[in-house]
Design a protein. Sequence first.
Length: 230
Amino acid sequence: MGLGTAINVVAVLVGGGVGTLAGARLPQRMRETAMQAIGLVTLLIGISNFLEFDNPLVPLVSVVVGLVVGEALNIDGALKRFGDYLQARFSKGESPVSRAFVTTSLLFCVGPLTVLGSLEDGLTGDYGLLALKSALDLVASLSFASVLGWGVLLSAGTVLVVQGTLTLSAGLLEGFVTEQMVLAMTATGGVLILGLGLMLLEIKEVRVANMLPALLIAPLLIAAAPLWPF
């Protein structure tokens, strides 16, 4: 139990490390083109995730309520301050650490493979889904690190905390989490990933991190569905 998360953490570290070294050798024009390509793919991932659920009201309500909670807590500000502190401490302003950390942490921890893979690993010890996710994250972390720098490596800690917590809690969540809850969470996560895509393409600055509480609200809405009057 937990081996899948360990593999995933190593994959992010390896991909991020190689990407950081390779990115330092890329010309600025190539980095900008790569960022545009990553942004477009991120948009497509967000749309794909959003379409996983057939009721758009659930992700809509989840994001709105989650954003209110997130704005009150200022999650985005706290994460950026953490990244900026590390940037000032270790890279002397040479790397957009906070942006890399927030962006990749959300991408690596929002999606069905994260939830289903962690629960399956915790319940049965089968880490097949997380192994698949690790391969995908290896490529993604390499791509992002080549453009955004070493801040991508910090997202390995986020993967460890999020997936590790889900894996250890699998026994408690087994009888509660349903397929509909996972799909609702995935669709809501798709909205957040769309926001990331807009940021990467520099179309609109979206405080995506402040929407994180929506990922908890979405499954709760599904659980409370029998109580709805409509």
